[in-house]
Design a protein around this ligand. Sequence first.
Ligand code: GAR
Length: 201
Amino acid sequence: MKKRIAVLASGRGSNFQAMIDAIQACQIPADCVALITDNPKAYAIERAEKAGIPRIVIDYTSFPSREVYERALLSAMQEVNADLFVLAGYMRILGTSIVRAFPGKMVNIHPALLPSFTGLHAQRQAVEYGVKIAGCTVHFVDESLDGGPIILQGIVPVLDDDDEDSLANRILVQEHICFPEAVRLFCEDRLTIVGRKVIIR
Ligand code: GAR
């Protein structure tokens, strides 16, 4: 049976687009039932509109505090009744009340080979550190920062003349492969979390 997936995105939404494309190509047995964004200017909104996906804008700046914002976000997430929440460039840390509400039902993509380079500007961190290999990680979301069980990783070389942007672009190509693949595995019920590990059947 098809899963219901909802995507949270804050900006450009190229990973969201990769998800839309994979669903439309019947590579993922799912319906995308909502785009939820904290940013009314996110280009992801236009992508959703074009694909006929309902848009829920919860403008972070219109709330008096993070707590009140998160309460609104939580109730929107409960209402969409998704089997899986996909964080595709959602650029805010989710509070514990939200993470605890959807255990094992939320995945994130991070533009680094976790556990290295958590948080913001992961690609810049990789260039500045001087690593030779970088990549992306798709993982379940838990209460730690970018620390949940890892589903898939994609790797790319780091070249001597890379800057943050050139490395980010190379990693993005891998993101668009790994993320739909991880969501496909979830939707086919092929992922089991065993402690820190994700077993793929
Ligand atoms: C992607 O590179 C994603 O890995 C990153 O933001 C970008 C969003 O691009 N996410 C994070 O850094 C989360 N901490 P997109 O809007 O084109 O998908």
